[in-house]
Design a protein around this ligand. Structure first.
Ligand SMILES: Cc1ncc(COP(=O)(O)O)c(C=O)c1O
Length: 373
């Protein structure tokens, strides 16, 4: 951790950057955003998650403020994902408990769907690949869902989910959009956008830079739509990915959807994706200013740093996917050219998304002890 001498792996300016609120809201319409907030804010146990300040790190990096949106406090699920799948389940069930919902997941999305199904007393079938940890499976089962393990990777689990859902007339609730499957992923992204609605009420400082971590890009696109809808000024938008799974960076670099080959899975499992979702691609190809990739090297140190008050005066529980914004920000601040490119200075109000807490308790403990060494 000493003096945070961290580096990013790649930094790419988006040559096709052109932010337009209308363009973004064409792909994720305003009424979906408004309706998701109206519904979710009525759910039992709803509270905006805290907007914390990393008030030690901003001094080190000579920035005005670093805001940290703490999703470890999101319902019982300890992740922003609680807002997406569960909301889509509510919308498609149309108040009947006769349907059966299904989904394929790397973990947190499936928990959200299972939780959403339990809230509405629906049966639920969740498909997971051989790589999803037993801890995550247990968490899904806690909500009464049947978990079906499939040999192979995420794509294999999705194929099996599609096959059995067709045979049995189960309703698939996926967070990844394709040419012929857009509405349900749009609902999940609309659910995520309420993070930004909350932030717009939590501070009157203008956010100048927002670091958005991406797997298939659903979280990032949902939040960009939130920015287009709720923020008075548009911040610089920086997409962060694991360098082993930089499908957004590669797509933006080539100006077309790129499927990449993942040689080794990142420890940031929820972000270890090889291809972007379609609607996020349409949004992010224009709306992101730049893309940054980072290695796994500083993930454990950041998990421990959050917990042990290295960045802020309060202790924060952030899992592996909550770290990339901080790691990329430090990396950029350590590179004069990159820092200047995106105008990070003592007037900057940076927002990073602490998108999950200890959603995988076992992995969290391992990372914490590794990061403290
Ligand atoms: C647990 C988890 N899964 C997935 C993602 C990525 O979301 P998406 O696939 O929508 O980009 C994140 C955050 O980036 C996350 O924290």
């Amino acid at each position: 951790m000493k003096n945070f001498k961290w580096k990013y792996s790649k930094f790419l300016l988006n040559k096709n950057f052109q932010f337009s609120r209308n363009y973004v809201l064409k792909y994720l319409p305003s009424n979906l955003l408004v309706n998701s907030h109206k519904s979710i804010s009525k759910w039992k146990g709803y509270n905006p998650t805290p907007l914390l300040k990393l008030n030690k790190l901003n001094k080190k990096l000579q920035l005005k403020n670093i805001f940290y949106k703490d999703e470890s406090k999101r319902f019982h699920l300890k992740s922003f994902k609680a807002l997406g799948g569960a909301y889509a389940v509510e919308k498609i069930s149309k108040k009947t408990n006769k349907i059966i919902v299904s989904s394929a997941t790397a973990g947190n999305h499936g928990r959200s769907v299972a939780w959403g199904a339990k809230r509405l007393k629906l049966q639920c079938k969740i498909f997971v690949s051989q790589y999803v940890s037993e801890t995550r499976v247990k968490e899904i089962k806690k909500f009464g869902a049947e978990v079906i393990r499939v040999r192979g990777n995420y794509e294999a689990s999705l194929k099996e989910c599609q096959l059995l859902s067709k045979q049995n007339n189960w309703k698939i609730v996926q967070d990844v959009s394709t040419k012929n499957y857009k509405y349900i992923p749009q609902l999940t992204m609309a659910g995520y956008s309420i993070l930004i609605k909350e932030i717009s009420n939590q501070t009157n400082q203008y956010i100048t830079h927002i670091f958005l971590q991406a797997g298939v890009g659903g979280l990032a696109a949902g939040l960009v739509a939130g920015v287009a809808k709720y923020f008075k000024k548009i911040p610089k938008i920086i997409i962060v990915e694991p360098d082993r799974a930089d499908c957004v960076l590669q797509s933006i670099k080539n100006n077309k959807l790129k499927k990449i080959r993942i040689k080794k899975e990142s420890i940031m499992g929820g972000m270890s994706c090889n291809e972007m979702s379609l609607v996020p691609w349409q949004i992010l190809k224009k709306a992101s200013n730049c893309c940054v990739s980072i290695s796994d090297k500083n993930v454990a140190k950041t998990v421990a740093g959050l917990k042990d008050k290295k960045f802020s005066k309060t202790s924060i529980v952030g899992g592996e996917c909550a770290t990339p914004g901080i790691i990329a920000l430090v990396g950029i601040c350590n590179n004069k050219k990159a820092r200047k490119f995106i105008n990070l200075d003592e007037n900057s109000n940076v927002l990073v998304i602490g998108c999950e807490g200890n959603a995988d308790v076992k992995l969290y403990k391992q990372l914490l002890s590794k990061g403290r060494k």
